[in-house]
Design a protein around this ligand. Structure first.
Ligand code: UD1
Length: 355
């Protein structure tokens, strides 16, 4: 069996790692196509190195641009790649512009396409990720859902017949990396002279929080007022927007820092007092590591983290301040994100499914 994975943005490299491992273990041929959506070494190369993926087989070098320009460039470049490789399956991941471009390209070339992390919904039609998810789910032939909630969304959109609950591949890779780093002192603590449990890890990069100057200023103010140092692992988007809007990313408790490699991030979160983020992946990673999370958004796709008490949505500076100092939630045995063997299941299902 030949699987062709299309990835392009940081969270997709994390999900690619366990799939690559499972594909190799099953003796499948796995072709990796990198669109080039993320190109900074700290957003791309370090993930391939640290997570044992090796190198992409094809690099489209698309880079940044408006949604139309970026997605269109990927679509234009993918035809020839898919034609050359003619895989049994094109596998697309998550909800980025790389996901929707690859799904459209494959379906138009009559190549079966499977969507990993299908069925997530924020029901916020202003989010580019929501457009990407809905379009991808409706064009894909096979929908690989991470949670029962995602399965329910797919069923309610008439897509239940094409959907399979596989669990979350991020759990697979996270448990692996956690076990590798749990004994070591995180590099971030050493570098910034921080004590375990005496700082927060923050990431902010979504358009809803970065693109409007007043909104970004409010989020920065909220983080700067917290009771412990807040280490903001700043994505290039927030750095660029903050510079353009004249918003300081180092002020009060807030300290701006470059993004971390995945093992260093996991080690830092494990040692932190909590996470404050607008990332999808980090909300779940915090939950799986038993670290309280505050999500700087008005809704989340990962509703299980909120229902189980480990995640609180907080949008204003005041809401962030009170959410972060809340008392620690009760521990839970619930495992809404699977058992850490989702990738094996994905490869197995691809090998027995024909469309
Ligand atoms: C993308 C995804 C988002 C995901 C995030 C993970 C879409 C619509 N959004 O957002 O869902 O959570 O990746 O990180 O696909 N930039 C660089 N270097 C890079 C990449 C980006 O400097 O390597 C800067 C550029 O100024 C660029 C901006 O960041 O214009 C935004 O990048 P883009 O890929 O459009 O979206 P992300 O914000 O990274």
């Amino acid at each position: 069996m030949k699987i062709l994975s299309v990835v392009g943005a940081r969270p997709q490299f994390v999900k690619l790692a366990p799939i690559h491992k499972a594909a190799k273990a099953a003796g499948a041929e796995h072709v990796i196509v990198h669109t080039g959506q993320h190109y900074d070494p700290m957003l791309s190369d370090v993930f391939f190195e640290d997570l044992g993926i090796g190198a992409a087989d094809v690099h489209l070098g698309v880079g940044s641009g408006t949604h139309g320009v970026q997605t269109g460039a990927m679509l234009a470049a993918l035809d020839a790649v898919l034609e050359e490789h003619r895989p049994e399956w094109v596998l697309v991941y998550g909800d980025t512009n790389s996901t929707v471009a690859a799904a459209l390209s494959a379906v138009k070339m009559h190549i079966p396409v499977a969507h990993l992390e299908a069925g997530l919904r924020s029901f916020n039609r202003r989010m580019p990720e929501e457009h990407n998810r809905v379009v991808t789910d409706h064009v894909a032939d096979l929908l690989l859902a991470p949670t029962q909630v995602a399965m329910d969304h797919l069923a309610s959109e008439g897509l239940g017949q094409r959907s399979v609950l596989v669990g979350d591949v991020m759990t697979d890779v996270l448990f692996d990396v956690r076990d590798r780093v749990s004994a070591r002192r995180p590099s971030l603590l050493q570098e910034l002279d921080l004590e375990p449990g005496e700082f927060y890890v923050a990431t902010i990069h979504r358009a809803e929080n970065t693109d409007d100057p007043l909104r970004l200023a409010e989020v920065a103010r909220g983080l700067a007022a917290l009771d412990k140092p807040v280490i903001l692992l700043a994505h290039p988007r927030v750095v660029a927007k903050a510079a353009a809007h004249g918003v300081a990313l180092t002020q009060g408790s807030l300290v701006s820092h470059a993004p971390l490699a995945y093992p260093d991030l996991i080690a830092a979160v494990l040692s932190s007092a909590g996470v404050v983020t607008d990332s999808g992946g980090l909300q779940k990673e915090a939950f799986l590591l038993g670290v309280p999370c505050t999500t700087v958004r008005t809704e989340t796709e990962w509703v299980e983290t909120v229902q189980l008490g480990w995640n609180v949505l907080a949008n204003t500076a005041e809401e962030i301040a009170s959410a972060v100092v809340r008392s620690r939630p009760a521990s839970t045995d619930a495992a809404p994100y699977g058992d850490g063997r989702a990738a094996e299941r994905v490869v197995q299902i691809l090998s027995v499914t024909t469309v």
